[in-house]
Design a protein around this ligand. Sequence first.
Ligand SMILES: [Zn+2]
Length: 372
Amino acid sequence: MSEKFSFQVLAECSQTKARAGLFLTPHGIVETPRFMPVGTLANVKTITTAQLGETGAQMVLANTYHLHLQPGEAIVAKAGGLHSFMQWHGPMLTDSGGFQVFSLSELRQVTDEGVTFRSPRDGQVINITPEKSIQIQNTLGADVIMAFDECPPYPASRTAVEAATNRTYQWLERCIATHQRQDQALFGIVQGGIHLDLRAQAAQALAKLNLPGYAIGGVSVGEPPELIHQIVKATAPFLPREKPRYLMGVGTYREMAQAVAAGVDVFDCVIPTRLARHGAALVQQGNRWNLKNAQFREDFTPLDETCPCYTCQSFTRAYLCHLVRSHEILAYTLLSIHNITELVRFTQRMRQAILSDRFTTEFAFWLTEEVN
Ligand SMILES: [Zn+2]
C-alpha cells in the first residue's frame, strides 16, 4: 500500500471474525465498520454535503458510469476533481462502472477487450475497457477506485459465472497496469456468483496481488439474502487480514451485521435515500415506516427520540407526514438525513461493540439466522 493509505485493525471480536479498524486515506480516516452513502451523480440525492457530514458518514461513493455520461470526467477534472466539484472534503470512492454497464445499459457486447453499449441518455455507442474505466477514475480523482469487473446476473449458469470470474481477474491485471496515481488506492473485486468454490478461488488469486483493499461484488443482484451471508463467509477468510474489505451494494441490518461477523469493514447501498424518496423512514433497527400513514397525522413526537440527526432533533412525525402527503421536496431531504444517520449509527454501534468485545451479545438478534 502506498504511504498515503493504511489500514489498521484495532480490535477483533473473540467469537467471530468481526474487527474494528482505521482506514487512512489522503482525505481523512474511515473508522470501520462503516456504512458509506451513495452519491451517484456527485451528490447524495436531496441533501447537501454539509448535511451529509452531520450524518456521521465518513466516506462517500460516486458512480463512474453515471459521471462519464454526465457531465463527463473532463469537466469534473476542470473543476479540480470530484472532491472540489461536489464540495465533499472527506474520503471518496468511485465504482468502476462495471455493475452499471451490466445492469443498466442495453445492447451490450462483452468481449475480452471490454464492453460496448448504448448510452441510455442519447443512444450513443460507448466502449468501456478496464483501461478506460481506470483512466476515467484517475481523472475523477476519488481516494479509492475500483477495478472494472464483469458482474454476472442472478441466476446464471455456472459456466457463465466461471467465465465472468476469469475475465474479471484478467481485467484486474489490466487495471493494475493502467493505474497511475499514487494518491488513489485501487481495490480488486471478487466475483464468483453464488458458487462458493469459485468465490474462494477468486479471493485467493486476488489476495496474491497485494492490493490496498478488496471488495466482494456481484451480490445483491436478486439472490435470496441468506446467500449473501454464505458468499461473504466463503470469501472473506481468503482476503488478507491487514487490508480493508468492502461488501458492495449491501445496506440492510442483518446482512451488514452478518458480514461484519465474517470480517467485512465497509458497505454501501442506495437504500436510505431511495426509501426517503418513497416517504419511508428506517427506525428502531430495521423497521420501515411509511410516513404517509394516517397514524402519524397527529403524532407530535420525533421520528426516533434517541436519534441525534437534525430531522429527529427538530421535527415531529406529524410534520414529516404532512410534507410527505404534500409531496414537498423537504420531506425527502429530512428523511434522507435521518435514514443515512440511522444506518451509519448502526455500523458505529457495531464498531463500539467490537472495541469492547460485546459484539456477539449486543448484536445477537442480527447474528442468528432468520427464522420465518
Ligand atoms: Zn434521526
